[in-house]
Design a protein around this ligand. Sequence first.
Ligand SMILES: NC(=O)c1ccc[n+]([C@@H]2O[C@H](COP(=O)([O-])OP(=O)(O)OC[C@H]3O[C@@H](n4cnc5c(N)ncnc54)[C@H](O)[C@@H]3O)[C@@H](O)[C@H]2O)c1
Ligand SMILES: [Zn+2]
Ligand SMILES: [Zn+2]
Length: 394
Amino acid sequence: MATNRGIVYIKPGVVEVQDISYPKLALGDRKCHHGVILKVVATNICGSDQHMVRGRTTAPSGLILGHEITGTVIEKGRDVEFMDIGDLVSVPFNIACGRCRNCKEQQTGICENVNDARPGAAYGYVDMGGWIGGQSEYVMVPYADFNLLKIPNKDAAMEKIRDLTLLSDILPTGYHGAVTAGVKPGSTVYVAGAGPVGLACAASCHLLGAAVVIVGDMIPERLAQARSFGCETVDLRKDATLGQQIEQILGIPEVDCTVDCVGFEAKGHGANAEEQPATVLNDAMTVTRAGGGIGIPGLYVTGDPGAKTEAAKEGSLSVRFGLGWAKSHHFHTGQAPVMEYNRNLMQAIMHDKIKIADAVNVQVITLDEGPQGYADFDSGVAKKFVINPHGMVY
Ligand SMILES: NC(=O)c1ccc[n+]([C@@H]2O[C@H](COP(=O)([O-])OP(=O)(O)OC[C@H]3O[C@@H](n4cnc5c(N)ncnc54)[C@H](O)[C@@H]3O)[C@@H](O)[C@H]2O)c1
Ligand SMILES: [Zn+2]
Ligand SMILES: [Zn+2]
């Protein structure tokens, strides 16, 4: 009998490595002849996992975590045509059927056929269709021909696996945030949040030719990490407003584009500020020029059991929408459709156009070190933890 081990959410603040079932080509009664089983090469801890682990969602105890997966194909279902045993593949965190209207329109973050409750699904995530997570030794990927990105030249790829592992989520997500905010050559950009998504977004803005990329956070180590690859930074613990700090850098208090890489667990400004979930959305409208764009990859929820107000418990936030309307801002929300970008970003990695592992400071850990990785990430270290369940990543 084949065995498997994975990281399991137990209760707020507690995750454990446990023996879990070896994957089947099925989800409950639903057969997945279109699926493959992967031996997991690399699987990352994400800020999106933290919302669950902090008890800010309705994630059930026993949920197997992990939606950022790179692996090799070790078994394939009878309907898989174009993937072969031994292929090294990157798995978009969005699960998509490739057959529905949204998939046909490249909106793979809101596939209509992979989640009974709502459009859109992901591995190991609350309300995302019940697909089993991949912070484990082995995992099943459905609709493999459609979902998987085959990484050519395995030997060269393994040399860059610390970078390529970021194709499953944060690099395409950060890039999507930049693209949807309208970043182009010469843009000035404010990136809210210097976590892995914010840093990946900042590196993407450079790739897109932005003139100035300003990253804001309240954690000094994370701001230093942003400066390490050429970003300007603003420290939101300071008394000066965000606009004033931007003016010190640009000479004016506005930018062309803003990307929210924080989401609903945002803190207010100033020393020891409390959580204020609409802070970044209101900041974005304040500092983005009239006619500018706002990308919002940061996650917002329809239910937050840990929210401070009754309204916020239902996801209703105090957003000054009239300001954005008055400035003709355009907004873009939602899951990043990873598949739209991952092939091109893979090429950018392979040809040294972006050093994304260095930008986000990848730290490789074992599966057993996973729970400690969660604790360290939650403390705000400037690291992106990549779990290496089979010792294949160096
Ligand atoms: N849309 C998508 O497809 C997608 C994909 C991946 C992650 N996400 C979301 O992106 C967000 C960021 O992910 P991450 O892994 O970088 O998380 P993270 O928690 O490591 O980073 C968030 C950072 O925001 C900072 N922050 C808090 N309040 C702030 C404020 N008012 N202004 C500026 N910075 C502030 C925090 O100090 C922290 O460093 C999360 O909400 C995550 O769920 C979305
Ligand atoms: Zn993620
Ligand atoms: Zn679909």
